[in-house]
Design a protein around this ligand. Structure first.
Ligand code: AMP
Ligand code: GLY
Length: 438
């Protein structure tokens, strides 16, 4: 059986490792990911959004099934192109990928189909109307460009502005300068609580949840500094997080089910991986965003725990016959190695020597690096994901730290991720939120 991975980051390395257990692997990616190359029979370097090139390579290689890692090719219609070429693919078609690609599509869908977990929002192309809505919400809003901005276009009350005037100023800038590619802006009520990630396999109707994960978007320890693609993440042996009661996990799964149902009803059948970014609030889980793919780093937490074959699950997804999946009851901690200056001005082309032996407790995933001779070279993006696995979170964190100590060069990582102190801070924060103190 020939399987192809599209994408060349650490998320795709994690997917590739699982697929390679049962399939002959091929890859189409924009960078030479040394980890993926090692697992592949053949690979092609090219632009992942050039969907005809991706489909052409798949046909040429006689690929039986494709797995799409990143959102950009999904938004560009890579699944449509592959299916037209007779290659089944794990991921939504372009129409359904709008769930991530367009923030207004997602909010409008949730409102129209009365999906629970929705929040107050408005989509505006008129500055005065946006200003009136912001004022009505006392400036406690999130201001979001409609299209993709790589996580950098979203500005939130308390972080980026402190009052209505600041929010109105940014909303005007988004509209006037077409940030995110369209002359409109989404304004949402600002949520307070703790964020968590729930990923699920979806086959059009069945939603099979994976363990919860918490990512850390801020560049620096103590959740300070600029927002990034994610500096690391952890999951607990029971598959939930200490500040999210089981009842709210069930609610979050139900929100994902209702969303998948709404997608089907609106003529945008959803197949692939669905990623829900939730805020746990005093009123239960609320949707911050949906992604139409695995999370990065979150894929590294859950995939190594998956007991079933990812290849078999991929077939279940494309054939609409998903069954429950089993995950090992272990704790995981991922710490990302990132280039010096990452988050502001990353140091490109800096060599990293990787001397981390992989064990059953410690795995290494290459991200956006270029292969060198005995070392890898950093790019402007994240470099390596280090995963620790153990029965207890304390030990998983220690394994990840041991992995970090085998990397030599100019880099940084967040040593606080997955520590008991950091997790306790989240628990305490959620307790204050529940008491109405934040
Ligand atoms: P997004 O690109 O939509 O995931 O937003 C980036 C980050 O902004 C999220 O991970 C949250 O931390 C924050 N954020 C987005 N929307 C909201 C909201 N409505 N309330 C509070 N924080 C938000
Ligand atoms: N970890 C955030 C993302 O994958 O979008």
């Amino acid at each position: 059986m020939k399987a192809m991975i599209v994408g060349g980051g650490a998320r795709e390395h994690a997917i590739a490792k699982k697929l390679a257990e049962d399939a002959e692997l091929y890859a189409f990616m924009s960078n030479v990911n040394p980890g993926i190359v090692e697992l592949c029979k053949d690979h092609m370097i090219g632009k992942e959004t050039e969907v005809d090139a991706v489909a052409g390579y798949a046909t040429k290689m006689g690929i039986d099934i494709a797995f799409i890692g990143p959102e950009a090719p999904l938004g560009a219609g890579v699944v449509d192109a592959l299916e037209e070429a007779g290659v089944p693919a794990v991921g939504p078609k372009a129409g359904a990928a709008r769930l991530e690609i367009s923030k207004s599509f997602m909010r409008d869908l949730m409102a129209e189909y009365e999906v629970p977990g929705a929040i107050r929002y408005g989509v505006f192309s008129d500055t005065n109307a946006a200003a009136a809505f912001i004022t009505e919400l006392n400036g406690r809003v999130a201001v979001k460009p409609v299209g993709l901005t790589g996580g950098k276009g979203v500005k939130v009350w308390g972080d980026h502005f402190q009052n209505s005037a600041g929010a109105i100023h940014y909303a005007k800038e988004v509209i006037d300068t077409c940030i995110g590619g369209s002359r409109s802006v989404v304004i949402e009520e600002c949520l307070t609580g703790e964020e968590f990630t729930l990923q699920a396999f979806v086959d059009g109707k069945n939603v099979i949840p994976m363990p919860l994960v918490q990512d850390h978007k801020r560049a620096y320890e103590g959740d300070r500094g600029p927002n990034t693609g994610g500096m690391g993440s952890y999951s607990m042996p029971d598959g939930i997080l200490p500040f999210v009661p089981q009842e709210d996990v069930d609610k979050a799964v139900e929100i994902m089910r209702k969303t998948v149902e709404a997608m089907a009803e609106s003529g945008n059948e959803y197949k692939g991986i669905l990623y829900g970014q939730f805020m746990e609030t005093v009123d239960g889980p609320k949707v911050i965003e949906f992604n139409v793919r695995f999370g990065d780093p979150e894929a590294m937490n859950v995939l190594p725990l998956l007991e079933d074959s990812l290849l078999e699950i991929s077939w279940q997804i494309v054939e609409g016959r998903l069954e429950p999946a089993k995950f090992r009851p272990k704790a995981t901690v991922v710490k990302y190695v990132v280039p010096k200056g990452y988050g502001t001005d990353p140091l490109e082309g800096s060599p990293l020597k990787v001397d981390t032996p992989e064990t059953t407790d410690l795995m290494l995933f290459y991200a956006s690096v270029n292969a060198g001779n005995g070392f890898v070279l950093t790019t402007r993006s994240r470099s390596l994901g280090i995963l620790g696995i153990a029965d207890r979170i304390q030990d998983a964190e220690k394994h990840a730290e041991a992995g970090l100590s085998g990397i030599d060069g100019e880099f940084f990582a967040r040593h606080d991720i997955g520590t008991m102190e950091a997790i306790q801070r989240k628990i305490d924060h959620m307790a204050r939120v529940r008491k109405g103190l934040e």
